[in-house]
Design a protein around this ligand. Sequence first.
Ligand code: ADP
Ligand code: ADP
Ligand code: ZN
Length: 211
Amino acid sequence: MKIIMLGAPGAGKGTQAKLIAEKYGIPHVSTGDIFRANLKAGTELGKQAKVYMDKGELVPDELTVKILLDRVAQEDCKNGYVLDGFPRTIPQAEVLKKALAELNDDVDFCINVDVPDENIIKRMSGRRACVKCGATYHIEHIPPKKEGVCDNCGEALILRDDDKPETVKNRLDVYHKQTQPLIEFYGDKVKNVDGTKDMKAVFDAIVAILG
Ligand code: ADP
Ligand code: ADP
Ligand code: ZN
């Protein structure tokens, strides 16, 4: 099963993608997580991506497409994957479509997690992330068991540099201009879920779609 998560930054794509990955036994592939892991490891890719991420802009398609295609070519992606944060532009979607077509394959579902912009800014300021294992929490809605510490791996949680309200506003603009058109691109494959509900209710709605 090949699934794409669509939705604004902070809509809950990553949270739901992790639950999907666990239930259906497929890898969760997040381009944002790959960039952050590279940043932490001090690689050239990480340094290049940071310039864009800090401004709330998209990393150029050439860089992003390459890391994504390398990742989904790995053995563990053979039976499918859930993409979180990719594609984010029409050219990215076209590259993916072409790569899959060469394998006589295509995306099965696009889950569009729908949350209005007003809710997003509030949500982002409460987001806390673990850069070591990729887990995400929310100080009010989805708190870790121990404040400031990752449940999975014990690492200290951070507030992402790009989750500051000013940067979030820019990311929302970028989303509306560059990513939202993908809803039309994927047409019938797109299934909407109401992302303002609590985490479990959103997941139940997704499972009802995926079967
Ligand atoms: P969020 O889940 O909050 O939307 P992500 O972790 O997906 O954030 O992405 C963080 C940043 O990484 C983006 O703002 C962008 O700069 C960069 N990024 C991630 N995925 C892509 C992509 N597919 N294309 C371009 N840039 C990307
Ligand atoms: P995205 O990957 O779309 O950027 P995340 O999954 O990181 O979004 O979620 C953004 C923030 O909202 C996180 O702090 C997360 O814990 C929280 N969150 C996720 N789903 C919900 C929900 N259904 N209700 C309230 N908060 C949520
Ligand atoms: Zn962790």
